[in-house]
Design a protein around this ligand. Structure first.
Ligand code: XLS
Ligand code: CA
Ligand code: CA
Length: 439
């Protein structure tokens, strides 16, 4: 294997006392936490697009990142060099999974056929590198949003030719995901939404989106792809309104179109906050509905109203996320995919290491705090006590469907002096802080 990162050896666990920025202080892959090792709980994945094709460009400036492979001018040779660099990076970081869009890995050709051939060539190289390193594919996807042909959407385009083109891409992306043993397949509706209702047939667009997803499910069955299908909600950006707005919206959509058995949800932290929810809210809603499938681990910035895709370093958030994930019984076959990019000013290759270490340690720390919180049941006991009026008396009768409005009215007449107990929010927040500090 080539050596694109000669400055770094394998990043190892050194423990809390370590001051080595190229070591893990919390993430110890083989440490057993509850019933699994950290590695099994966390199932970390690297996002190929941010870490190996992103260059730090933004609306106001071009790419700033220094990447030695970017000197290569032939597009296919560049794609191959990136693949070698990516597997070297993941190996050194002890990251067991990766995710990619078809367009991340190979250049676009003159024709659809040529584009798919370019992708296939890199897929063959991935296959070898995966075999050599043991690194696996968490999920594959097709990018149906960057190219101008998708300006009005893909599955929801007013132009049926675009629907057909998108279908061809998904067909191929499913085939390569299967070829690489991908454990999931993601749909993020990048341009599946609208800019204005003045030009939009919303009913036809939603029906077509459902048709598109049904076609994918049918084709997966046909070729024997058994990975989990995931939808990744996002409320806006790039479109003003995205049809996969948030978990609640996607849940309703899946149920209305008979897709609920075939899909789970890939929740991205920054998309949750863009939708005006906490990350924990989205995880909770998916979990209690049995559709929490996977996570795009990142964070937004409270002061910026867009999708900043920052590395997750907020322990409060990672702890609450891991709490939901543990209550979900884990994420497998999903995982924690770092859909995160280093800041434009963090332009050196070393920053890729520091960023992933920060994210992995933040989630490992969160896992330890959450596991402890579940073991002591401090929160769960409080919640159980808070809802105890539902376990007996009138509460139990309501739950069991034994009373109607008439009986409830009679009960209320005789019990109209209501007593409450405190919600103790501040006390609970202090308890949570204690678990995080002590983990
Ligand atoms: C963009 C999305 C995208 C999906 C995969 O905001 O996060 O990267 O995860 O298409
Ligand atoms: Ca994402
Ligand atoms: Ca994002």
């Amino acid at each position: 294997m080539k050596n694109f990162f000669p400055e770094v050896d394998k990043v190892q666990f050194e423990g809390r006392q370590s001051r080595n920025p190229l070591a893990f202080r919390y993430y110890d892959p083989k440490q057993v936490v509850g019933d699994k090792t950290m590695e099994e709980h966390l199932r970390f994945s690297m996002a190929y697009w941010h870490t190996f094709t992103g260059a730090g460009a933004d609306m106001f400036g071009s790419g700033s990142a220094i990447r030695s492979w970017d000197k290569i001018t032939d597009p296919m040779e560049l794609a191959k060099a990136r693949a070698y660099a990516a597997f070297e990076f993941m190996q050194k970081m002890q990251i067991p999974y990766f995710c990619f869009h078809d367009t991340d890995i190979a250049p676009e050709g003159e024709t659809l056929k040529e584009t798919l051939n370019n992708i296939d060539e890199i897929v063959a190289l991935f296959k070898d590198l995966m075999k050599e390193t043991g690194i696996k594919l968490l999920w594959g996807t097709s990018n149906l949003f960057s190219h101008p042909r998708f300006m009005h959407g893909a599955a929801t385009s007013p132009n049926a030719d675009v629907f057909a083109y998108g279908a061809a891409r998904v067909k191929h992306a499913l085939e390569i995901t299967k070829e690489l043993g991908g454990e999931n397949y993601v749909f993020w509706g990048g341009r599946e939404g609208y800019e204005t209702l003045l030009n939009t047939d919303m009913k036809l667009e939603l029906d077509n989106l459902a048709r598109f997803l049904h076609l994918a499910v049918d084709y997966a069955k046909e070729i024997g792809f058994t990975g989990q299908f995931l939808i990744e909600p996002k409320p806006k950006e790039p479109t003003k309104h995205q049809y996969d707005y948030d978990v609640g919206t996607v849940l309703g959509f899946l149920n209305s179109y008979g897709l609920e058995k075939d899909f789970k949800i890939n929740i991205e932290a920054n998309h949750a906050t863009l939708a005006g929810h906490t990350f924990q809210h989205e995880l909770r809603l998916a979990r209690i509905n049995g559709i929490l499938g996977s996570v795009d681990a990142n964070q937004g910035d409270e002061l910026l109203g867009w999708d900043t895709d920052q590395f997750p370093t907020n322990l409060y958030t990672t702890t609450l996320a891991m709490y939901e994930i543990l209550l979900n019984g884990g994420l497998a076959p999903g995982g924690l995919n770092f859909d995160a990019k280093v800041r434009r000013g963090s332009f050196e290759p070393m920053d890729l290491f520091y960023a992933h270490i920060a994210g992995m340690d933040a989630f490992a720390h969160g896992l330890l705090a959450a596991q402890r919180l579940l073991e002591t049941q401090e929160l769960e006991q409080f919640i159980q006590e808070r809802y105890k009026s539902w376990e007996s008396g009138i509460g139990a009768k309501i739950v069991q469907g034994q009373v109607g409005l008439k009986e409830l009215s009679e009960y209320a007449m005789a019990n109209d002096q209501i007593t409450h107990t405190s919600g103790r929010q501040e006390m609970l927040e202090a308890i949570l802080n204690r678990y995080i500090v002590e983990a």
